[in-house]
Design a protein around this ligand. Structure first.
Ligand code: OGA
Ligand code: MN
Length: 291
């Protein structure tokens, strides 16, 4: 084996041991890609990588995807437009250096309001608060596998609207018109049950709760069903809770997992550098998901 792995939970995530992301051999890279498809999220600890190293490793997974438009627009380290900063820190002029502040970031998957969302995202931890700010992941493969029959029947063959108005911190994206009407909101419709292009596994695909809508139902029925689906999919048994250390790189698959972040004390600093990788196709409907 070119790499050794340790499962983070029985349902999602693995730590890759003994890999220095500055020099990944071709066989190790292949093994990392295979583990990524299998576990949905990978953790690399004790890294000391530069922004160039982060870009090099990211490019090994595919084409870089431009950063999302957040509440402060797109904020990148100087000279690195493909990296985006997640941080509560202000610069010397009092302007935010990154996105998402210090509040909770609610469950979501990245940029599913696009027709072709980025298939993977990664965060590299440069500064971490003493407590709080943990990042949670949940397995949408396991959620699909255990999906109760009544929910499967209720959503099979239907699409869900994914909202592009608000980000996971509850902030309005820069330049977007606020609305709480899912039909007026910018966004994309995607199949509620998708199939993973590499593993062939079925996945529940919810995106984000706010301004979401299940096609073919009235607003009340859609809303109740979505509440039930979200409560079901984010149960602790489907989750991994990541306690950050400086030097951690956490990589997740935006199709087979969702994520959220705990709030933290805003007097503490949290600085993450982030990249995301272009999806190769729109989410693929799981045709036989009703079976
Ligand atoms: C993200 C994100 C959560 C975190 O970068 O897409 O949701 O823990 N971040 O900072
Ligand atoms: Mn995110």
């Amino acid at each position: 084996m070119a790499i050794s792995t340790r499962e983070l939970t029985p349902v999602v995530g693995a730590e890759i041991l003994d890999v220095d992301l500055r020099k990944v051999s071709a066989p190790a890279r292949q093994a990392i890609h295979a583990s990524f498809a299998r576990y949905g999220a990978l953790l690399f600890r004790d890294q000391t990588i530069s922004d160039d190293d982060l870009l090099d490793f990211s490019r090994g997974l595919g084409d870089l995807d431009p950063p999302p438009n957040q509440e402060n627009g797109r904020l990148s380290p100087a000279g690195y437009p493909d990296i985006y900063v997640v941080s509560n820190v202000l610069d010397t002029a009092g302007a935010p250096i990154g996105a998402l502040g210090s509040g909770e970031a609610v469950w979501h998957t990245d940029m599913s309001y696009l027709d072709v969302p980025p298939f993977a995202s990664m965060l590299y931890a440069l500064e971490i608060p003493d407590t709080g700010g943990n990042t949670w992941l949940c397995s949408m493969v396991e959620a699909a596998r255990q999906l109760p029959d009544h929910l499967r029947k209720a959503i099979a063959g239907r699409r869900i609207k994914h909202d592009g108005t608000y980000n996971s911190g509850g902030f309005l994206r820069k330049g977007v018109t606020p609305t709480d009407d899912p039909h007026k909101a910018p966004g994309a419709w995607h199949p509620s049950l998708c199939v993973h292009p590499e593993t062939g596994e079925a996945m529940l695909y919810l995106g984000r709760r706010r301004n979401s809508y299940i096609e073919g139902y009235d607003a009340d029925r859609s809303s109740k069903l979505l509440d039930e689906l979200w409560a079901y999919a984010t149960q602790p048994k489907f989750c991994y809770e990541h306690h950050w250390r400086v030097g951690d790189l956490l990589l997740w698959d935006n199709r087979s997992t969702m994520h959220r972040r705990d709030p933290f004390d805003n007097s503490m600093r949290r600085v993450m550098h982030r990249t995301q990788i272009k999806g190769k196709s729109a989410p693929i409907p799981a045709m036989h998901a009703a079976a």
